[in-house]
Design a binder for this molecule. Structure first.
Ligand SMILES: *[C@@H]1O[C@H](CO)[C@@H](O)[C@H](O)[C@H]1NC(C)=O
Ligand SMILES: *[C@@H]1O[C@H](CO)[C@@H](O)[C@H](O)[C@H]1NC(C)=O
Ligand SMILES: *[C@@H]1O[C@H](CO)[C@@H](O)[C@H](O)[C@H]1NC(C)=O
Ligand SMILES: *[C@@H]1O[C@H](CO)[C@@H](O)[C@H](O)[C@H]1NC(C)=O
Ligand SMILES: *[C@@H]1O[C@H](CO)[C@@H](O)[C@H](O)[C@H]1NC(C)=O
Ligand SMILES: *[C@@H]1O[C@H](CO)[C@@H](O)[C@H](O)[C@H]1NC(C)=O
Length: 308
């Protein structure tokens, strides 16, 4: 019996209720796997497993069943429920390992191409929870290019765009995979400028992570950034945005100071790049004004950048 048939049976089980589902499950499972001694005896129905309000830790057998359901289902409602359940299970570190060992990451990853944006979003959320584990990140990194491309074509400020940005952010909490974003930094600054407050904060979290890594400094400073970027340093800008912009400046400036010769580097940066915004006159003026900001945290973060 093929995966699609099986999914249809499970779907039927969902409609018929837990008891019927259990029966169908045993029947199909027995045919498929019984000869290999893998007959599973689930203690819960697929309905329970995809019930995201159930907060018990699923065991390996249940996770395997869930992944199989996810792989074979065609009904978007079932796919979505299964993704949410995988995502919730992946909040537990033991499950992050089990899901990887069961080959679950490519199964979840294949859903980030789903035409249904709601399903795509749930797949990104599930990958995000799975990404908390460093070994999982090694498997998830193959999706970084796809996720980056998509983030710039997704509807602005949409849940799916936020989910993509969150995943990219959590894939950059260590320095290991940050270089994979090299080609997307200009686009990230663009989304930073056009996005609403929530999007701005999320993009800034990502950029701040990159800015702590000296290996990323030149890429950041080379990015083409619209001069309106500096309006994010105006005194009235929301603190959660302003503080992150100042942290970004501070990190980049510290990394650059650590490099031998800033002036020698200067010739490397193209016109219109972040470098010239950051070390330009207008930025210096904004920083001087922020020294008088009413908020102490903001004042402390202000970097008086030496003129170049
Ligand atoms: C989901 O799980 C909760 C708690 O385990 C239960 O009360 C509820 O009836 C379940 N919902 C469905 C649709 O199975
Ligand atoms: C996407 O899938 C959900 C079910 O998970 C469904 O409610 C929604 O209508 C689908 N959207 C489209 C555009 O097909
Ligand atoms: C992911 O994990 C968090 C807790 O770390 C949890 O609140 C959330 O519901 C989980 N699920 C998804 C799909 O993100
Ligand atoms: C993403 O990373 C942040 C910061 O490290 C962390 O607090 C959060 O729990 C992570 N989110 C998920 C869904 O893992
Ligand atoms: C940004 O836009 C999204 C989608 O329209 C919305 O849900 C969110 O609340 C907005 N955030 C802010 C801070 O306006
Ligand atoms: C990335 O940012 C998160 C908080 O958003 C922080 O916990 C983490 O240490 C940062 N990682 C790096 C490499 O900067």
């Amino acid at each position: 019996m093929g995966g699609t048939r099986y999914a249809r049976w499970v779907a039927a089980g969902l409609l018929l209720g837990a008891g019927a589902c259990y029966g169908i499950y045993r029947l199909t499972r027995g045919q498929r796997r019984g000869d290999r001694g893998h007959r599973l005896r689930p203690t819960r129905s697929a309905e329970d497993l995809t019930n995201c309000s159930c907060d018990d830790v699923l065991n390996a057998e249940q996770l395997q069943k869930l992944l199989y359901l996810l792989q074979s289902a065609e009904d978007p409602i079932i796919i979505e429920k299964a993704l949410v359940t995988v995502g919730n299970s992946a909040a537990f570190s033991v499950n992050q390992v089990i899901i990887r060992e069961l080959g679950g990451i490519p199964i979840v990853g294949s859903k980030i191409n789903h035409p249904n944006l709601s399903i795509k979003e749930k797949a990104l959320n599930a990958l995000n929870n799975l990404s908390v584990n460093v070994e999982n990140q090694v498997k998830i990194k193959v999706y970084i290019n796809q996720v980056s491309e998509d983030v710039f074509s997704d509807p602005l400020n949409s849940p799916v765009q936020m989910a993509g940005l969150r995943l990219l952010t959590n894939m950059t909490v260590t320095n290991d995979h940050q270089h994979m974003l090299n080609n997307y930094i200009t686009d990230l600054f663009h989304v930073l400028l056009i996005g609403n407050g929530s999007t701005k904060v999320q993009v800034l979290k990502l950029l701040v992570n990159l800015s702590e890594n000296p290996a990323m400094t030149e890429q950041l400073l080379s990015a083409q950034v619209d001069p309106s970027f500096l309006s994010l340093c105006d005194g009235h800008v929301a603190k959660e945005i302003l503080l992150r912009v100042l942290t970004l400046f501070q990190n980049i400036n510290n990394c650059l100071k650590a490099k031998k010769n800033r002036l020698a580097l200067q010739s490397k940066f193209p016109e219109g790049s972040l470098f010239f915004l950051l070390y330009g006159e207008e930025c210096a003026q904004k920083m001087e004004a922020l020294v008088y900001h009413q908020d102490d945290e903001v004042k402390e973060k202000v970097t008086i950048i030496p003129k170049s």
